[in-house]
Design a protein around this ligand. Structure first.
Ligand code: HEM
Ligand code: FES
Length: 725
């Protein structure tokens, strides 16, 4: 029987990399399914492509004939000097036993544990896109989220995510380009990193809830796994989980941005999101094919595939097969049932599907809830083989307009609904917001250096210093810099206008002004805000003070008018005079004065180093985590138990999970705002055990006391911690 393939050139039925077939392969897939369902391509060393749903699923089930155990990826991205990466590169029965061990980490219960941290990852990244307005959504969002989630899932430091992703991308690109030298070098880099992770994890006792620990200590098919086995699997996870999800996220954003009716529908019916995602997975399947090798001659659709041939099971083409799906090319959010095979079929079906679905759902929910609209602003570019999806996606995000009514008091927080009495610009990109309580009621007391938290739609919480002196009990003022690269909160606040309402949490102070014989204040940019009430306080106490105030240009320095006439104020616009010499400034200050600093990360690091060189103490307020603050201390536990004394519950904290998230699951909500160890709103009293501090605000003295910790980021040096909650 003839295969019916219209062979256009000797030996070649189609070229997957031809421009007309690559970015949108819908037409070529239709042609192949109809006219050449078993197609040969010379690309990647030559392979057969199966494109009909029936052929792809039947072959995926028949692992005896279509093995995964013989270097099957197309192109071959395996490493000649490394053992096979289980479970993808092994067949049953070892495959089945291996999957039994892995599958338990992908149950809904297990994935639900890390939902809060996935949501925060999404919010932070989307928030940054929203605050920038117009971005390449791949470079700013979809590139980062899956690898960060993968790190969290595996209990690996998120600070390493960029390095991992860049190295894996070097491997993928070199594989597609056939550049074996770069492929090997990048592969060696990632393996070196993985062996370091493994060595650290092996020092900790067996934790059955930690995937890497389970691979170290448990048996598969009657034997303990070798380091090489485990490293291969970690390597597989780091690669399998991110390119796929990155491309799928991009395709979802692209579809919803381009189809305003679908976008409107998802905004109005968020419950439809999971079903809509399944349909987009079907039409925009990010994995074009999965590779196999034939162990015997096999005939499909009248064409014989010889033994030892590479075969691509084109899941992306099968998902568009009219023989299986009505109007297969059309995205239909109401399609039910939807038996697509975007996650594969048969024994090798994607082990990470539940984690991928959770990420896609959360990302879509956050995208829709943090924006009023988003649309494409240019032509997307296509990812390289084997993925399908955008590698560049120019999108404009319109921030969600703030629209609040009613008063909400939530357990654990004291909250007010306040009226926006006035807004005014106090510097370039900096807006002052005046807040008044209803009916001008008297506001709670506060002290210089205090913050309030604004609770924005979607429970996005942002902390801002109060800028007036504590004596005014009728109104509060904050000043908010619209951060070009922020997390979306400042962009939302800049949409506020007089007459709007906003939820506000009561003031708290982690930057209090201690008694001293004098004060030397350092501020950069918006870091002036907590310093202003401190100056007022110092004036009232009659204590000498001085201020060094640094910023790019005078136009960007807020409240210069208030500081005029004080000869102890020195303004340093760096565009005029360059960066000030911080060592000299610190040296010029009276040794009896206390040094207080607030501002950007780089500025604070500079002041900290200058103070250290001068042997002086520094009180600093960090807006972003201190570099390196989140690194684990030697001997720190990733998995441990926290006993909450007042609630009388034991909470088990898992690798990649924060204490706050674990407590929330156990029903105890610890107040929190930044979730990155800078704002202090989660500050907790430690009754027993030793914390591994990873915050950026506790002073060395506070750390030494062993009595306080920030459970949003910190972990434990002991197997058990007791907290006063
Ligand atoms: C939208 C996102 C994803 C898609 C479309 C996808 C798709 C697939 C497909 C089609 C396969 C089958 C391979 C084969 O038959 O040879 C697969 C396998 C696999 N996937 Fe995914 N995947 C996604 C996300 C993830 C994530 C997040 C993880 C990790 C947490 C992951 C880990 C794996 C692993 C380890 C395998 C090998 C399973 C085996 O051979 O038994 N994937 N994936
Ligand atoms: S929530 Fe901000 S420090 Fe913990």
């Amino acid at each position: 029987m003839s295969s019916g393939c219209p062979v256009s050139q000797p030996n070649e039925d189609w070229d997957p990399l031809a421009a007309k077939n690559h970015a949108d392969p819908t037409d070529v897939y239709t042609r192949l399914r109809d006219e050449c369902p078993v197609a040969w391509s010379d690309r990647f060393g030559g392979f057969y492509a199966l494109t009909r749903f029936k052929d792809v699923t039947e072959s995926a089930l028949d692992w005896h004939t279509f093995t995964s155990a013989q270097k099957t990826p197309i192109p071959d991205a395996t490493s000649p000097d490394r053992p096979p990466r289980a479970p993808a590169e092994v067949d049953p029965p070892f495959h089945t036993a291996y999957r039994d061990l892995l599958n338990r980490f992908f149950t809904p219960e297990y994935i639900r544990r890390i939902e809060p941290v996935i949501r925060r990852t999404a919010r932070d990244l989307i928030g940054r896109c929203v605050s920038l307005g117009e971005v390449d959504a791949v470079a700013s969002f979809t590139f980062y989220m899956p690898i960060q989630v993968q790190c969290i899932f595996l209990g690996i430091s998120v600070e390493d995510a960029d390095r991992i992703k860049t190295t894996i991308n070097r491997i993928i690109d070199a594989g597609a380009a056939g550049d074996t030298e770069t492929h090997k070098a990048a592969n060696d880099d990632i393996y070196d990193y993985i062996y370091q992770v493994l060595a650290t994890r092996k020092k900790a006792p067996h934790d059955p809830n930690d995937l890497i620990s389970a691979m170290i200590y448990e048996e598969v098919d009657g034997r303990r796994l070798t380091d090489d086995d485990i490293a291969g699997t970690i390597r597989l996870f780091l690669q399998a989980g991110h390119g796929t999800t990155t491309n799928m996220l991009g395709s979802i954003i692209r579809h919803v941005a381009e189809n305003s009716e679908d976008q409107k529908r998802l905004r109005n019916e968020p419950k439809l999101i999971p079903q809509a995602i399944e349909e987009m997975l079907r039409v925009w399947t990010p994995v074009r094919l999965v590779g196999r090798k034939t162990t015997r001659d096999v005939e499909i659709e009248g064409r014989t595939i010889p033994q030892g041939s590479r075969v691509g099971l084109m899941v992306s083409a099968a998902n568009l097969d009219e023989r299986k799906f009505d109007h297969a090319d059309k995205v239909d959010f109401d399609r039910k049932p939807n038996p697509h095979i975007a996650f594969g079929f048969g024994p090798h079906r994607c082990v990470g599907a539940s984690l991928a679905r959770e990420q896609l759902r959360i990302a879509a929910e956050e995208l829709l809830s943090m924006t009023d609209d988003f649309e494409l602003t240019g032509e997307p570019e296509a990812s390289t083989w084997t993925h399908l999806g955008p590698s560049k996606l120019p999108v404009r995000f319109v921030p969600r307009s703030v629209d609040l009514t009613g008063s909400v008091i939530r357990a654990g927080y004291r909250e007010l609904v306040m009226n926006i009495a006035a807004v005014r610009d106090v510097a370039e990109a900096t807006r002052e917001i005046e807040l008044r309580a209803n009916e001008d009621a008297e506001l709670p007391e506060w002290t210089a250096g205090a913050h309030i938290d604004l609770v924005l739609p979607g429970e996005i919480i942002r902390s801002y210093s109060l800028v007036d002196g504590p004596s005014d009990r009728t109104c509060w003022r904050i000043a908010v810099l619209r951060e070009e690269n922020g997390r979306g909160g400042s962009a939302m606040i800049h949409t506020l206008k007089a007459g709007d309402q906003v939820r506000v949490r009561w003031p708290r102070n982690k930057f209090a002004l201690e008694d001293a014989e004098g004060y030397h204040f350092f501020a950069s940019g918006i870091g002036i805000t907590p310093i202003l009430p401190m100056i007022e306080e110092a004036q009232q106490r009659g204590v000498p003070w001085r201020l060094d105030y640094v910023g790019r240009t005078r136009d960007r320095l807020a409240y210069l008018d208030r500081l005029e006439g004080h000869e102890q104020v020195r303004v340093h616009p760096t565009s005029e005079h360059g960066r000030p010499e911080l060592d000299m400034l610190v040296a010029a200050s009276d040794e009896r004065s206390a040094i207080y600093a607030c501002g950007s990360q780089g500025f604070l690091l500079g002041v900290e180093e200058a103070a250290e060189r001068a042997g002086r103490n520094l009180h600093a307020e960090w807006f972003a985590p201190k570099p390196g603050a989140r690194q684990a201390a030697a001997g720190s536990h990733e998995a441990f138990t926290v006993h909450l004394q007042r609630s009388d519950v034991d909470v088990s904290v898992q690798p990649g999970q924060s204490i706050i998230d674990a407590c929330a699951e156990a029903g105890v909500t610890i107040p929190a705002a930044c979730f990155e160890g800078t704002c202090s709103s989660c500050l907790s009293t430690v009754l027993e055990g030793v914390p591994d501090h990873r915050d950026s605000f506790l002073s060395p003295k506070e750390r030494e006391s062993g009595m306080l910790m920030a459970p949003c980021v910190s972990k434990s040096m002991t197997e058990r911690l007791v907290l006063d909650w």
